[in-house]
Design a protein around this ligand. Structure first.
Ligand SMILES: [Zn+2]
Length: 281
């Protein structure tokens, strides 16, 4: 899926489906815009949703005309990755970026050795992506930028299919006093040395112009989590604060929230230029 994006210069959106409502909303957005999609599920989200949720995603994937990848977001251990593969995920991320370099290599190699024979793609991470607090994805308070030379070595030795790079983004929404700036010069350097799709995490609330630029420079997957959840939660809060104590049915409460999520998803799809790209699959 990402190879096609790499060839045609766009980025596939990876939306975190933290609930059935978010899942249905982003799927509708992708159907309407004819965009391929990665449905990302973080281990904490999977714990909450339970394993049966993966069957729901599979059902949608099998009944959709858009290509759907079921992706484990930030797998933290070999065990979590194997569990995901057994459930039917078609792509996994092993995030050992917080470990010393050689240990990151070893665990990533082990995941690749398990995933590739059964046709599952592997994303790894190098450098550290920041954290603004209050996200499932987490991160660190200080960003360590990905070293382009090290990225080249890492990809050669691990044979990963895609690499999440740290170029100045952070998970979550930035506080008002924090001005996110992408180091596009680092991205350019990395992209010139490697030929696999690169991944941007923590792309919520970075300026659209920077994201657009990054997409033309080798970023072929962008994770979106906070942006689709915030509008959902804000709408839900507004509905609950309207003062109508009779509103309780999920099918009354949630559809307006899903509409908000869908709107943001469609905006992102256009920003990533993944709309009308299913013709390439
Ligand atoms: Zn992430």
């Amino acid at each position: 899926m990402l190879g096609v994006a790499n060839k045609h210069g766009f980025a596939v959106p990876a939306f975190n489906a933290g609930s059935g409502q978010l899942l249905n909303a982003v799927m509708e957005a992708c159907e309407e815009t004819q965009s391929p999609v990665m449905i990302a599920i973080h281990p904490d989200e999977l714990n909450f949703l339970t394993d049966s949720f993966v069957d729901q995603v599979k059902f949608l994937a099998n009944h959709s005309k858009v290509p759907v990848c079921i992706h484990l977001d930030h797998g933290a251990s070999y065990e979590q990755v194997i569990h995901a593969i057994q459930l039917g995920f078609t792509s996994v991320m092993i995030d050992a970026s917080h470990l010393p370099y050689e240990e990151n290599i070893v665990i990533t190699q082990k995941v690749v050795a398990a995933a590739h024979p059964v046709g599952v793609s592997v994303e790894a991470e190098l450098g550290t992506i920041g954290d603004t607090g209050n996200t499932v994805e987490g991160g660190v308070s200080e960003i360590i930028y990905t070293d382009p030379e090290v990225a080249q070595d890492f990809i050669t030795r691990t044979e990963v299919d895609s690499l999440a790079v740290a170029i100045g983004t952070a998970h979550g929404i930035y506080p008002k006093n924090m001005d996110p700036k992408l180091r596009l010069d680092i991205l350019e350097d990395i992209a010139s040395r490697v030929d696999i799709p690169l991944v941007l995490h923590g792309g919520s609330s970075n300026p659209d112009t920077e994201i657009k630029k990054a997409v033309t420079m080798g970023i072929n997957k962008i994770n979106i989590s906070s942006d689709i959840k915030i509008v959902f939660a804000n709408k839900l809060r507004a509905i609950l604060n309207e003062g109508n104590d009779e509103i309780r049915e999920p099918n009354v409460l949630f559809p307006p929230c899903m509409e908000e999520t869908k709107k943001v998803a469609i905006e992102k799809i256009h920003l990533f230029q993944s709309n009308d790209k299913i013709k390439f699959y």
